[in-house]
Design a protein around this ligand. Structure first.
Ligand SMILES: [Zn+2]
Length: 188
């Protein structure tokens, strides 16, 4: 009798254990699902905010907001001082059938309106820059790598120096440096 009770108890405890495991499994999946949905919603919100900012920047300069212009700006934010061909490749993935000429035209008009900038490198390559804040560039001729360099102290120093210097016959607009060197860390 005692033996049978033990069997019943062991069976019940096994069932309880199974139920607990199932509950834990469902709970974990439920939380995973909630986490996944939250992650997707956060990402979607970021994308929407990004598109809203891009659209605002474009329309503020008196340009019509088109999918091509938005896509080019998105590519510029995603890539790091990209070449026109890299932008074309990136944009083609979202807007198939787009011609390289359209991308070049979009880039030209964005530069013309001051929304983005061209960055010339020592190798003669042309890069594009969508970072609106004033900055200089660190440049490596070894691998043609370009990195942004922000230094308000240097800006103040240069502005002060050139305003005192007052170069004859030259009206200063902006000072941007391309600082040459080599990076210790590889590019990410
Ligand atoms: Zn830059």
């Amino acid at each position: 009798m005692i033996f049978r009770n033990q069997t019943v108890q062991s069976h019940t405890s096994h069932q309880y254990e199974q139920r607990a495991k199932l509950t834990l499994f469902l709970l974990c999946n439920f939380y995973n699902l909630i986490f996944f949905i939250t992650f997707v919603l956060v990402q979607l919100r970021k994308i929407m905010e990004n598109i809203k900012t891009i659209a605002k920047n474009i329309s503020e300069k008196g340009l019509k907001v088109t999918p091509q212009r938005v896509a080019v700006m998105q590519a510029l934010y995603k890539l790091h001082h990209p070449r026109a061909e890299e932008i074309f490749r990136e944009v083609s993935a979202t807007i198939p059938g787009l011609s390289p000429t359209t991308v070049y035209n979009v880039l030209d008009i964005l530069v013309e309106k001051g929304i983005i900038r061209r960055v010339k490198t020592e190798t003669g390559g042309m890069r594009y820059d969508a970072v609106p804040d004033h900055h200089h560039h660190l440049y490596s001729t070894t691998n043609d790598r370009v990195e942004d360099y922000f230094d308000p102290e240097l800006d103040a120093l240069l502005t002060d120096y050139f305003s005192r210097k007052n170069i004859a016959g030259f009206r200063l607009q902006e000072i941007k440096l391309q600082i040459m060197g080599d990076f210790d860390e590889p590019q990410h």
